[in-house]
Design a protein around this ligand. Structure first.
Ligand code: SDX
Length: 392
């Protein structure tokens, strides 16, 4: 029987599942992964430890982490045919389109990762993508830069190896940059999961049809690409650059953001759940000062960002709507100081969110959740007969 159907645009008041992975309190600005506060994880954990905790439930013991890292290392090589797919993309291709395609293409080289019904099969698919995705990210970036597509050294730390794959220069001895690796570790941890956001809900609903893990992740990457979601970190930098080019006229952009006839929004501001400061934004803002200072990078964009933040926090339009800086507002300033191209910023968000997507997909499958299939209220034409084309 057709029970009463209520429409809830954007699912603002709809819960899609029960989950034990991430806890958010939007009013108080609290974020915890498996009960661990992100403030502690960001300062004391490694991204690999946090990935393990998100996926399997608890922070790993030394032995568990050692095995996890080795299993991932054993899977961190790509079939040489993947190189041909990367090379087929034009340099102008947006990295998010490249990485979502490559992630889905991985299924072709790992067919056993599709029909995973046992925890053991899931584990194998999980370490495969955790080993291969950082390589795909590095190759996506280096392809645009015309740099060789090769490997790092998975005996380094998980994040240090990412750094090496992304930044090592041909014919130069690789020297790690601890400041960048530490900042990258923190940023990846802060992006690792965020309960049922748009891209995570996409991964869960795609996976609910029992599509493979890589296909479900590829769907999530596509959802993250949008400027209202993960794409905001790139949009923030483009907005700040525009303000800088406009002589730092933040007032003009504040007016545009408040003008209902102007589609422009203050990128990096506002959040569906946080009606207080996004706790991640607080940590990233502090890290931006530290990293730029440690790297000796002077970036006028940071001052513009802080000026904009101060104006918005004192503007009734933003205060009434509880619009605060979110995770995307300051992150791009750090990525840029690291030498990451702005078009790669959302790929960095995906790199951080990967363990969260995996954890949520695994939870959905282990909970044997039904296929996601919402209803609708039909508002179209009532029944009518076919009309021949010459009578239309
Ligand atoms: C992420 O969900 C998650 O957890 C996402 C994320 C994660 O970790 O996965 O946290 C990551 O996506 C962060 C958000 C990044 N996006 C941006 O920074 C883009 C700019 N932000 C907005 O588009 C908006 O704030 C959203 C999309 C983040 C939230 O949108 P909502 O909850 O649907 O809110 P809304 O669009 O209904 O806005 C409510 C009011 C509206 O005004 P009124 O119609 O009530 O007069 O606030 C206004 C909006 O016009 N508003 C803004 C604004 N954000 C909301 N006005 C100007 N600038 C903005 N940024």
């Amino acid at each position: 029987t057709d029970s009463v159907i209520t429409i809830d645009p954007g699912f603002k008041n709809t819960g899609s599942c029960e989950s034990a992975i991430t806890f958010l309190d939007g009013e108080k600005g609290i974020l915890r992964y498996r009960g661990y506060p992100i403030e502690q994880l960001a300062e004391q954990a490694t991204f690999l430890e946090v990935s393990y905790a998100l996926i399997f439930g608890d922070l790993p013991t030394t032995d568990q982490l050692k095995k996890f890292k080795q299993d991932i290392c054993d899977q961190s090589i790509l079939d040489e045919d993947v190189r041909k797919i990367v090379e087929a993309f034009p340099k102008s291709a947006h990295p998010m389109g490249v990485i979502s395609s490559l992630t889905s293409a991985l299924t072709a080289f790992n067919p056993s990762s599709v029909n995973v019904n046992s925890e053991e099969d899931m584990y194998k698919a999980i370490v495969k993508i955790l080993g291969k995705f950082p390589v795909l990210v590095a190759w996506t970036m280096r392809k645009k830069q015309g740099l060789p597509l090769d490997y790092g050294d998975c005996n380094l730390g998980y994040v240090e190896n990412m750094y090496k794959m992304m930044f090592k220069q041909p014919n130069k001895e690789f020297v790690t940059n601890d400041i960048v690796v530490e900042a990258l570790n923190k940023l990846l941890i802060l992006h690792a999961d965020h309960e049922q956001n748009c891209s995570t809900s996409t991964v869960r609903i795609a996976g609910s049809s029992h599509a493979g893990l890589f296909a479900s992740l590829s769907a999530g990457i596509s959802a993250l690409w949008g400027p209202l979601h993960g794409g905001a970190n790139q949009a923030v930098l483009e907005m700040l650059e525009a303000i800088k080019a406009d002589g730092g006229d933040t007032k003009k952009y504040m007016a545009k953001a408040k003008d209902k006839d102007d589609p422009f929004r203050l990128m990096g501001f506002g959040h569906r759940v946080y009606k207080n400061f996004d706790p991640r934004a607080k940590i990233i803002k502090k890290a931006a000062d530290e990293v730029l200072n440690d790297l000796g990078v002077e970036d006028p964009i940071l001052a513009i960002a802080k000026g904009l933040e101060q104006e918005a926090l004192n503007d009734p339009y933003f205060v009434d709507r509880k619009l605060y800086p979110n995770v995307d507002f300051y992150s791009g300033i750090i990525y840029r100081a690291m030498g990451i191209p702005v078009e790669m910023f959302t790929v960095m968000f995906a790199l951080g969110r990967l363990p969260g997507w995996i954890a949520q997909w695994r939870e959905m499958r282990l909970n044997k959740e039904p296929i996601g299939r919402p209803r609708q209220i039909y508002v179209g034409k009532t029944t009518r007969d076919f009309v021949d084309i010459d009578k239309r």
